[in-house]
Ligand binder design. Sequence first.
Ligand code: LMR
Length: 395
Amino acid sequence: MFEELPILPPDSILGLAAECRADPNPDKVDLTIGIYMDESGNCPVFNAVRLAQRQLIDEEQTKSYIPPQGDPHFISGLVELVVGAEALGARAGCVGAVQAPGGCGAVRLGAEVLKASGTKGKVWVSDPTWPVHVPLITSTGLELGQYRYYDPATHGVDFVAMTEDLAAAGPGDIVLLHGCCHNPSGADLTTEQWRDITAMAVSQGFTPMVDLAYQGFGEGLDADVYGLRYLIEHVPEVVIAASLSKNMGLYRERTGLAIFVGPDTRAAEATVSQAKAAARRIYSMPPAHGALLAGRVLSDPVLRADWETELTAMCARINGLRSEFQHRLEESTGRDFGFIAKENGMFSFLGLSEDQAQRVRSKHGLYMLDSSRINIASLNSENMDRVVAAVTAVL
Ligand code: LMR
């Protein structure tokens, strides 16, 4: 059976990260995958997570399954972190949530429930978007649409083009938005633009779906969900895929949540039942470890404060790197890189062509995606000179 089975090319992000790991060049720099790295080039375990893990090891009595919907502390803690007490109060009883294996799993559960609703509409994704959105959504049978989003000429959001394209989205359509820290561009909507998109959703009747993988890495835990909460206050149905991979450093623990905001309690119950059924037929049960840790961190005031302090420091470090990198590139190339400091989160497009991105890799051991997306959080004082020199050389 497998004799004729085609061998697929490597994943566009994970494949390059593996290529970098295998590269013997001692001066190589990996700016590929979206992982927070500290000044010494390590992806740290949050102190609060480490403490919660010690407690869990001491107290855990069983490795039996957790409930199929997920760990209740984790669900209530993360729903409150994302939706916020105010919006939650206003939509009391209308919010359902099901734990998922990472943000990826949450996108898939969200798409499964939308598909089960019988919609014949499209899921509109930004051009560009995180490449994995495409298979996660289309594997449910939902059709994909695309709206213009990032303009390489201005290094920012082309909101006129975005709204022109979304003018065609109507009832039954779903519009996938990045809650903050747009992946891959780092270019986010302003508060005013979030309000405009909300008004379009209300008047045209499309359903927003929000991928929230970087809450706290932009302007802060609450500021980063301004747009999402505004949507929840005004739009009858919103789907959210939340992840704690990055902002709690739980990458390998696959800790995500699909959240459904519906018109009433019956609809919330229906979404939860559908998401649980989808999980059961795909992977059966949610993984426990990350959710049990996160449930403790989110509900224990001491751990929670410790986590928020560390996350704030990470965010400040990324913003410091953005401005240092901007100035170093400007000094070295004589070009304007002001956009780097204006963007949010881990990612930025450097504006290199595919050929330049490949040359910087083969000649200088500097690994970025072919689109020239880099992970700013992988820069540090040890590799900054090499990165600036290599980019300058190919420009
Ligand atoms: C990324 O975009 O690099 C991250 O979200 C990791 C991944 O799974 O692609």
